[in-house]
Design a protein around this ligand. Structure first.
Ligand code: SF4
Length: 261
């Protein structure tokens, strides 16, 4: 089985190709669907183990290098997202540096990279490793700039302020930046993120909360309409995937499940 794969279903909206470098994730988000998926796949015994004992995926870099070489030889320019079922910049990256090495391999083979994280991408050197081509995408996942209740939902992630600092650094380096507003837990806070981060973010991806109950009932259709109005007022064009965004463009996407809500 390939380690660089074509995501299916909802994940496909984020990127046409992806690779999961670790098994498990220390960020411990309560809405994490990847933990339930890993249990179902038999990769871990429980959600608790998924969050408590993340580990490198066995032999992943060797296969990654071989597959990246083949994609490079085929001149495949579809972005490869790191990662879907784990966070590429969680604390064990400091020890194992799989993300750093995967980005080096991608650069050697001329591949376009896309990162999505709630971790310390600046401190771990991930953002610098992306900076060799401006259409590489650096993304942060955010559901609030702070405030009550956030730590209960994302107990191990770095603070939103630090995630925003990562976006600013990526922007300063000339990278294409994006923010995943999925999940949305507090619609007003997500709309505020769109306002506050307008200058720093090239593409916003807006979704709903699919795994867990929001603290207050949400009218998803109203939220979607408010988000679209705001994003259009910012002069953004609607796209199907963050990777459709080219350097200098301002875009957004509405995830299918929010569109259908
Ligand atoms: S950062 Fe992503 S993979 Fe990690 S616990 Fe949170 S939702 Fe799951």
């Amino acid at each position: 089985m390939s380690v660089i794969y074509e995501p299916r279903g909802r994940a496909r909206e984020y990127a046409p190709l992806a690779c999961n470098l670790y098994v498990g994730c220390a960020h411990g988000c309560t809405y994490c669907w990847a933990a339930a998926f890993a249990v179902k796949q038999g990769l871990v015994q429980s959600r608790a183990e998924f969050h408590a004992s993340p580990r490198p995926r066995l032999g992943v870099l060797k296969n990654f290098a071989r597959e990246a070489e083949a994609l490079g030889a085929a001149k495949d320019q579809r972005p490869v997202q790191l990662c879907f079922t784990t966070d590429p910049c969680q604390p064990i990256e400091a020890e194992h540096h799989l993300t750093r090495d995967a980005l080096r391999i991608m650069a050697e083979n001329g591949l376009r990279a896309q990162v999505l994280t709630k971790g310390d991408a600046a401190g771990l050197g991930t953002i610098n490793k992306l900076a060799w081509r401006p259409d590489n995408l650096f993304g942060a996942s955010l559901c609030s700039l702070g405030g009550e209740g956030l730590e209960e939902w994302e107990p191990g992630a770095i603070s939103p302020v630090r995630r925003v600092a990562g976006l600013a650094k990526a922007k300063d380096l000339g990278l294409t930046t994006w923010v995943s507003l999925e999940p949305t837990i507090w619609p007003a806070r997500s709309l505020n993120l769109i306002r506050v981060l307008d200058e720093r973010v090239d593409c916003f991806a807006v979704g709903k909360l699919n795994y867990g109950q929001p603290p207050e009932p949400v009218n998803w259709a109203e939220y979607r309409e408010a988000a679209v109005a705001l994003l259009e007022a910012q002069g953004r064009e609607r796209v199907h995937s963050p990777g459709d965004t080219r350097p200098g463009e301002r875009t957004y996407l509405i995830k299918h499940d929010l569109e259908a809500a």
